[in-house]
Design a protein around this ligand. Sequence first.
Ligand code: NI
Length: 242
Amino acid sequence: MSRHISSLLAIAAVCVTLTPTPALAQAPKKEVDCSQVKCVALTFDDGPGKYAGKLLDTLKKYDVKATFFLEGQYVKSRPSYVKRMVAEGHELGNHSYTHPDFRTVEKWDIRAEIKKTQDAVKKAAGVEPKLLRPPYGMVDLQVSDVAVEFGMPIILWTGGNEDWSSKNATAIKKKSMEVAKPGSIVLMHDWVKQTVDSMPAIVKSLQKKGYHLVTVSEVLKGQDVKLEPGDVYPVPAGWENK
Ligand code: NI
Protein backbone atom coordinates (compact mmCIF):
# COMPACT_ATOMS: atom_id res chain seq x y z
CA MET A 1 0.00 0.00 0.00
CA SER A 2 2.99 2.22 -0.53
CA ARG A 3 1.62 5.52 -1.60
CA HIS A 4 4.03 8.40 -1.75
CA ILE A 5 6.80 7.65 -4.13
CA SER A 6 8.76 10.80 -3.60
CA SER A 7 9.37 13.47 -1.06
CA LEU A 8 9.49 16.89 -2.64
CA LEU A 9 10.99 17.98 -1.41
CA ALA A 10 9.15 32.29 18.24
CA ILE A 11 8.64 32.37 21.03
CA ALA A 12 5.27 31.92 22.65
CA ALA A 13 2.82 34.77 22.67
CA VAL A 14 -0.38 32.86 22.47
CA CYS A 15 -3.62 34.74 22.35
CA VAL A 16 -6.18 32.95 24.40
CA THR A 17 -9.68 34.19 23.93
CA LEU A 18 -11.73 33.33 26.92
CA THR A 19 -15.41 33.87 26.56
CA PRO A 20 -17.82 33.36 29.40
CA THR A 21 -18.87 29.79 28.99
CA PRO A 22 -22.09 28.44 30.27
CA ALA A 23 -22.03 24.77 31.14
CA LEU A 24 -21.94 22.49 28.10
CA ALA A 25 -20.74 25.31 25.84
CA GLN A 26 -17.78 24.72 23.58
CA ALA A 27 -14.34 24.92 25.14
CA PRO A 28 -12.71 28.35 24.76
CA LYS A 29 -11.14 28.64 21.33
CA LYS A 30 -7.40 29.06 21.46
CA GLU A 31 -5.98 31.19 18.68
CA VAL A 32 -2.40 30.74 17.61
CA ASP A 33 -0.64 33.48 15.65
CA CYS A 34 1.87 31.62 13.50
CA SER A 35 3.57 34.88 12.51
CA GLN A 36 4.63 35.19 16.14
CA VAL A 37 5.20 31.62 17.29
CA LYS A 38 6.74 28.49 15.78
CA CYS A 39 4.11 26.45 13.93
CA VAL A 40 4.13 23.13 12.14
CA ALA A 41 1.29 21.56 10.16
CA LEU A 42 1.04 17.80 10.48
CA THR A 43 -0.79 16.34 7.49
CA PHE A 44 -2.19 12.83 7.14
CA ASP A 45 -2.80 11.39 3.67
CA ASP A 46 -4.91 8.62 2.15
CA GLY A 47 -7.42 8.37 4.99
CA PRO A 48 -9.40 8.13 6.95
CA GLY A 49 -7.27 5.10 7.69
CA LYS A 50 -8.29 2.37 10.06
CA TYR A 51 -6.32 3.95 12.93
CA ALA A 52 -7.87 7.40 12.49
CA GLY A 53 -9.94 7.09 15.66
CA LYS A 54 -6.90 6.48 17.82
CA LEU A 55 -5.08 9.33 16.09
CA LEU A 56 -7.98 11.71 16.70
CA ASP A 57 -7.95 10.73 20.39
CA THR A 58 -4.26 11.66 20.61
CA LEU A 59 -4.71 14.96 18.77
CA LYS A 60 -7.54 15.85 21.09
CA LYS A 61 -5.61 14.92 24.21
CA TYR A 62 -2.68 17.20 23.29
CA ASP A 63 -4.85 19.95 21.80
CA VAL A 64 -3.36 19.55 18.34
CA LYS A 65 -5.00 20.49 15.04
CA ALA A 66 -4.01 18.61 11.90
CA THR A 67 -4.93 18.49 8.24
CA PHE A 68 -6.30 15.36 6.62
CA PHE A 69 -5.97 14.86 2.87
CA LEU A 70 -8.74 12.35 2.42
CA GLU A 71 -9.20 9.65 -0.16
CA GLY A 72 -12.85 9.52 -1.20
CA GLN A 73 -13.21 5.75 -1.19
CA TYR A 74 -12.28 5.70 2.51
CA VAL A 75 -14.46 8.69 3.30
CA LYS A 76 -17.29 6.58 1.99
CA SER A 77 -16.35 3.56 4.10
CA ARG A 78 -15.43 5.47 7.29
CA PRO A 79 -17.64 8.55 7.33
CA SER A 80 -17.82 8.84 11.12
CA TYR A 81 -14.11 9.69 11.35
CA VAL A 82 -14.59 12.51 8.83
CA LYS A 83 -17.44 13.89 10.86
CA ARG A 84 -15.24 13.78 13.95
CA MET A 85 -12.36 15.54 12.16
CA VAL A 86 -14.62 18.46 11.35
CA ALA A 87 -16.23 18.54 14.79
CA GLU A 88 -12.81 18.59 16.45
CA GLY A 89 -11.47 21.48 14.38
CA HIS A 90 -9.17 19.75 11.91
CA GLU A 91 -8.77 20.90 8.32
CA LEU A 92 -9.73 18.70 5.39
CA GLY A 93 -8.20 18.36 1.96
CA ASN A 94 -9.06 16.34 -1.12
CA HIS A 95 -6.61 13.58 -2.10
CA SER A 96 -8.63 12.01 -4.96
CA TYR A 97 -11.09 9.13 -4.78
CA THR A 98 -8.91 6.16 -5.77
CA HIS A 99 -5.35 7.59 -5.73
CA PRO A 100 -4.30 7.55 -9.41
CA ASP A 101 -1.28 9.52 -10.60
CA PHE A 102 -3.14 12.51 -12.04
CA ARG A 103 -0.46 12.98 -14.72
CA THR A 104 -1.41 9.66 -16.26
CA VAL A 105 -5.18 10.09 -16.50
CA GLU A 106 -7.49 12.21 -18.63
CA LYS A 107 -8.72 15.57 -17.48
CA TRP A 108 -12.30 14.38 -17.09
CA ASP A 109 -11.04 11.61 -14.82
CA ILE A 110 -9.15 14.04 -12.57
CA ARG A 111 -12.32 16.08 -12.38
CA ALA A 112 -14.40 13.02 -11.50
CA GLU A 113 -11.92 11.87 -8.83
CA ILE A 114 -12.01 15.27 -7.14
CA LYS A 115 -15.76 15.74 -7.44
CA LYS A 116 -16.60 12.30 -6.04
CA THR A 117 -14.43 12.98 -3.01
CA GLN A 118 -15.93 16.46 -2.46
CA ASP A 119 -19.37 14.86 -2.56
CA ALA A 120 -18.41 12.04 -0.18
CA VAL A 121 -16.97 14.50 2.36
CA LYS A 122 -20.04 16.72 2.06
CA LYS A 123 -22.25 13.73 2.68
CA ALA A 124 -20.18 12.55 5.66
CA ALA A 125 -19.53 15.85 7.41
CA GLY A 126 -21.52 18.59 5.72
CA VAL A 127 -18.49 20.51 4.45
CA GLU A 128 -16.30 20.49 1.36
CA PRO A 129 -12.50 20.44 1.43
CA LYS A 130 -10.84 23.63 0.20
CA LEU A 131 -7.37 22.24 -0.44
CA LEU A 132 -6.14 19.70 -2.96
CA ARG A 133 -3.20 17.35 -2.61
CA PRO A 134 -2.85 15.20 -5.73
CA PRO A 135 -1.82 11.57 -5.18
CA TYR A 136 1.99 11.19 -4.87
CA GLY A 137 2.20 14.99 -4.91
CA MET A 138 2.31 14.82 -8.69
CA VAL A 139 1.34 18.07 -10.38
CA ASP A 140 1.25 19.29 -13.95
CA LEU A 141 -0.58 22.05 -15.81
CA GLN A 142 -3.64 19.86 -16.35
CA VAL A 143 -3.92 19.15 -12.61
CA SER A 144 -3.54 22.84 -11.87
CA ASP A 145 -6.26 23.70 -14.42
CA VAL A 146 -8.72 21.32 -12.76
CA ALA A 147 -7.80 22.71 -9.33
CA VAL A 148 -8.76 26.13 -10.67
CA GLU A 149 -12.17 24.76 -11.66
CA PHE A 150 -12.70 23.61 -8.08
CA GLY A 151 -11.30 26.83 -6.60
CA MET A 152 -8.58 24.94 -4.76
CA PRO A 153 -4.89 25.61 -4.18
CA ILE A 154 -2.60 22.59 -4.35
CA ILE A 155 -0.77 21.77 -1.13
CA LEU A 156 2.29 19.54 -1.21
CA TRP A 157 4.69 19.19 1.73
CA THR A 158 8.05 20.46 2.93
CA GLY A 159 9.09 17.11 4.35
CA GLY A 160 7.73 13.68 5.15
CA ASN A 161 8.36 11.19 7.93
CA GLU A 162 8.62 8.36 5.36
CA ASP A 163 6.37 6.22 7.50
CA TRP A 164 4.98 4.26 4.52
CA SER A 165 8.51 3.18 3.71
CA SER A 166 10.08 2.41 7.11
CA LYS A 167 7.01 1.25 9.09
CA ASN A 168 9.34 1.62 12.04
CA ALA A 169 8.34 3.66 15.09
CA THR A 170 11.87 4.80 15.98
CA ALA A 171 12.65 5.86 12.42
CA ILE A 172 9.28 7.57 12.09
CA LYS A 173 9.81 9.64 15.21
CA LYS A 174 13.38 10.55 14.24
CA LYS A 175 12.35 11.61 10.74
CA SER A 176 9.31 13.52 12.00
CA MET A 177 11.53 15.57 14.32
CA GLU A 178 14.08 16.16 11.57
CA VAL A 179 11.63 17.58 9.05
CA ALA A 180 9.70 19.73 11.53
CA LYS A 181 10.91 23.32 11.16
CA PRO A 182 9.02 26.58 11.65
CA GLY A 183 6.43 26.72 8.88
CA SER A 184 6.83 23.07 7.87
CA ILE A 185 4.08 21.02 6.28
CA VAL A 186 4.84 17.44 7.25
CA LEU A 187 3.54 14.44 5.34
CA MET A 188 2.39 11.39 7.33
CA HIS A 189 -0.23 8.65 6.92
CA ASP A 190 -2.94 7.60 9.33
CA TRP A 191 -3.03 4.10 7.85
CA VAL A 192 0.50 3.45 9.14
CA LYS A 193 0.04 1.94 12.58
CA GLN A 194 3.53 2.94 13.75
CA THR A 195 2.79 6.59 12.95
CA VAL A 196 -0.38 6.56 15.00
CA ASP A 197 1.34 4.65 17.83
CA SER A 198 4.23 7.14 17.85
CA MET A 199 2.06 10.23 17.70
CA PRO A 200 1.92 10.94 21.47
CA ALA A 201 5.74 10.89 21.63
CA ILE A 202 6.11 12.98 18.46
CA VAL A 203 3.59 15.56 19.63
CA LYS A 204 5.13 15.81 23.09
CA SER A 205 8.63 16.28 21.65
CA LEU A 206 7.48 18.94 19.20
CA GLN A 207 5.55 20.83 21.85
CA LYS A 208 8.56 20.65 24.17
CA LYS A 209 10.58 22.34 21.42
CA GLY A 210 8.04 25.15 21.37
CA TYR A 211 6.07 24.15 18.28
CA HIS A 212 2.38 24.80 17.91
CA LEU A 213 0.74 22.10 15.83
CA VAL A 214 -1.82 23.74 13.61
CA THR A 215 -3.65 23.35 10.31
CA VAL A 216 -2.09 24.03 6.91
CA SER A 217 -4.16 27.20 6.53
CA GLU A 218 -2.82 28.53 9.82
CA VAL A 219 0.78 27.86 8.76
CA LEU A 220 0.17 29.64 5.44
CA LYS A 221 -1.44 32.59 7.19
CA GLY A 222 1.50 32.85 9.58
CA GLN A 223 3.88 33.12 6.61
CA ASP A 224 1.59 35.53 4.79
CA VAL A 225 1.29 33.08 1.90
CA LYS A 226 -1.81 33.78 -0.16
CA LEU A 227 -2.62 31.10 -2.70
CA GLU A 228 -4.92 31.39 -5.68
CA PRO A 229 -6.81 28.35 -6.98
CA GLY A 230 -4.39 26.18 -8.97
CA ASP A 231 -1.31 27.58 -7.21
CA VAL A 232 1.07 25.01 -5.77
CA TYR A 233 2.74 25.26 -2.35
CA PRO A 234 5.54 24.72 -1.61
CA VAL A 235 6.49 25.62 -5.18
CA PRO A 236 8.24 22.63 -6.76
CA ALA A 237 11.47 23.04 -8.71
CA GLY A 238 10.72 24.11 -12.26
CA TRP A 239 7.20 25.25 -11.43
CA GLU A 240 5.88 28.78 -11.46
CA ASN A 241 2.57 29.80 -9.98
CA LYS A 242 0.61 31.95 -12.41
NI1 NI B 1 -1.39 9.52 -1.02
